[in-house]
Design a protein around this ligand. Structure first.
Ligand SMILES: [Zn+2]
Ligand SMILES: [Zn+2]
Length: 173
């Protein structure tokens, strides 16, 4: 084992949902896509990325399908956004703000900068990537929605594939 970092803990505002996470780094990032802005009710989302098998839900969140290809975990009692993951893939994101000690992480980059809200963003010198230049994510969207899809909120809404209806707790991986 090369991972000498201590396990992290976090959870939602009301305390119903708790997790333990063992990421091998302390770099976070901002996502400025419209779906994350809405999912967080904020101008951007702060995440850290890790392997799905590095997360252990001590109590499970609820999940909803924000598109055909992804799900988002949240607390169904207080509403805290907790996680984002593509169904296809070994990695996922947890929200930095849900950590017991968010200050352990530093922002390292920006994602989906084409929908970044300039009035709410102070230039921090960190690198940024456009959503529409990410080949892997574009491929996931095209496989699910067709070759002409523009990845993002409009495509998911128009295809009526956002399923935020109440669903049973899903077994954690
Ligand atoms: Zn809660
Ligand atoms: Zn996003």
């Amino acid at each position: 084992m090369t991972d000498t970092l201590d396990p992290l803990h976090g959870g939602c505002l009301c305390g119903q949902v708790r997790y333990e996470a063992r990421p091998s780094h302390r770099d976070g990032y901002y996502c400025h896509c419209r779906m994350c802005q809405l999912a967080f009710g904020n101008t951007r989302a702060a995440y850290f990325n890790l392997r799905k098998d590095e997360v252990r839900w001590l109590t499970l969140p609820r999940f909803y399908a924000s598109s055909k290809i992804a799900r988002r975990g949240f607390c169904d009692r207080c509403g805290t956004p907790l996680s984002f993951e593509f169904l296809d893939g070994e990695r996922m994101d947890l929200s930095v703000g849900s950590l017991d000690e968010p200050s352990q992480f530093r922002p390292a980059e920006h994602f989906s900068i084409e929908t970044r809200i300039d009035a709410w963003h102070a230039d921090d010198g960190l690198p940024g990537q456009r959503l529409d230049s990410n080949q892997r994510i574009g491929g996931l969207w095209r496989a699910a929605y067709g070759d002409k899809v523009v990845p993002g909120l409009q495509a998911a809404r128009e295809a009526a594939t956002i399923d935020a209806s109440p669903s049973p707790h899903t077994k954690a991986p």
